[in-house]
Design a protein around this ligand. Structure first.
Ligand code: AMP
Ligand code: MG
Length: 450
């Protein structure tokens, strides 16, 4: 379209945050392939194929206490005053198979976790018994621990209901039952469940490998002298840490100069060994902003201006690799450190979570009340960096309606790292709102969940 020289260039349309997210997520056709790994290696990953218990738990009836396996009918009416005497005819240790049957008026000493011998239907804790020698004299005090020699008989000072202190076979898990469904995240406790159910390998989605590249002639690696115009690299370490915190595997692609050949070489290196690449800086429209051209050279690109604050131009593209079943995602984030981390949160993290197989890639939402007046740019959705009020035990304070009290974490400029570092959550201020007073309610995105 040609414009007449008289008409001013119209401002490019800003894309909404929601549309930008949708377009990024639309590029993630499916999660990464599944692989079989040990329960420990599966932690924090997403189950790709339902996990089924290989054994019932417990596999057989067993004792819940150290004590005596008994027939509950023998003990009816047993009490402190009228204890019942039972012959001790044997013992079952944890890990050994019972070799005696519990007959009437008899007991078998049993350890916690040992299989219940035939004939028994309850276990009496050792604390409720007194061991007796062959002539019926106490061998120790009531409740003496069960480590000594096997007594000839014992007094039982309590009655026991059928099933007392017995853990029934399958009462925890039935063999063949589904213990984790597709889409479940393997928590540390789920590792114990999987392993405890006799499952040796679990199919989980592969963890995304994510390259992180900083760009800028002024960006210095740790320890490099800053000189007159250098600044330490904040984004690459920060983004590598955020990638890891999102459950992905970070890959350091270094710092590129503002030169197409340098960016391109590192990008190609990254494409060869990652599922997604995050580039910080160089994505604006300045003369040395070469990231867009680099993305175009290796694949396809979209350069967007997103109606977000903080946030500057944001580039998203994809590149193909012959052995990759789906395209490599390319993210060009603004160089300002706060913009870089916030746009990671908004657009990159959900995509990485989806690649990793999470059915719900977004953060949980909450409601909060501002404890000060705030303002932001018109027509942009602002993500203010805020701190939640806590009591002296560190617990978040909420009002009668369950809303969190928040205040600004510090300066809201897109370069203010000191505020970003203490941020608990992002408070979302809608596009159409320019300012909000103390006491106004806002949507809150916590940043600290897994
Ligand atoms: P750019 O997006 O490249 O125009 O960079 C915008 C601002 O972010 C400039 O002030 C850069 O110096 C700064 N910046 C870019 N990359 C980094 C980085 N890796 N660490 C810290 N600051 C950066
Ligand atoms: Mg730059």
């Amino acid at each position: 379209m040609t414009m007449t020289s008289a008409s001013p260039p119209s401002a490019p349309r800003l894309m909404s945050v929601d549309e930008a997210r949708d377009r990024v997520l639309a590029a993630v056709a499916r999660p990464l392939r599944a692989e079989a790994v040990s329960p420990v290696a599966a932690v924090s990953r997403v189950v790709a194929e339902a996990v089924v218990a290989m054994t019932s738990l417990p596999p057989w009836d067993n004792a819940a206490m150290d004590g005596y396996a008994v027939r509950s009918a023998d003990l009816s009416g047993a009490s402190n005053e009228r204890p019942v005497r039972l012959m001790v005819i044997g013992e079952v240790r944890a890990g050994s198979e019972p070799d005696v049957e519990v007959r009437p008026q008899c007991a078998v000493r049993i350890a916690t976790g040992a299989p219940l011998p035939a004939g028994a239907d309850a276990v009496v804790p050792v604390e409720e018994t007194t061991p007796l020698d062959p002539v019926g004299q106490p061998m120790g005090t009531r409740g003496r621990d069960a480590t000594g020699p096997l007594p000839a008989s014992c007094l039982v000072h309590v009655a026991a209901a059928p099933g007392a202190s017995v853990r029934r076979a399958g009462s925890d898990l039935a063999g063949g039952a589904m213990i984790l469904d597709r889409g479940a995240v393997v928590t540390p406790s789920a590792v114990a469940l999987i392993a405890g159910a006799g499952v040796r390998q679990v199919r989980v989605h592969r963890r995304p490998r994510v390259g992180v590249l900083a760009t800028g002639d002024e960006i210095r690696a740790p320890g490099e002298p800053l000189g007159a115009a250098g600044i330490p690299d904040a984004n690459r370490p920060g983004l590598l840490a955020h990638v890891a915190a999102a459950g992905a595997e970070p890959i350091d692609l270094g710092i590129a100069a503002d030169r197409l050949d340098d960016v391109l070489a590192r990008l190609r290196d990254g494409i060869a060994r990652t599922d997604a690449i995050i580039v910080s800086g160089g994505v604006s429209v300045g003369p040395y902003d070469v990231v867009k051209a680099a993305f175009e050279a290796v694949g396809r690109i979209d350069l967007w201006r997103v109606a977000v604050q903080p946030g500057k131009p944001f580039a998203f593209g994809t590149a193909d690799r012959s052995d990759a079943p789906q395209p490599i995602l390319l993210f060009g984030l603004p160089g300002n450190p706060v913009s870089s981390i916030v746009t990671f949160e908004l657009f990159v993290r959900p995509a990485l979570r989806r690649l990793a197989g999470h059915p719900h890639p977004f953060r949980p939402l909450d409601r909060a009340v501002l404890t000060q007046d705030v303002s932001k740019s018109h027509r942009r959705r602002a993500f203010l960096r805020v701190v939640a009020e806590r009591d002296d035990r560190g617990i978040v304070r909420r009002d009668g309606r369950g809303r969190v009290y928040v205040r600004l974490a510090g300066g809201q400029g897109s370069h203010v790292l000191s505020a970003l570092a203490v941020t608990d959550a992002l408070a979302v201020i809608p596009e159409a709102t320019d300012e909000l007073p103390n006491g106004a309610e806002v949507e809150l995105w916590w940043l600290d969940d897994a």
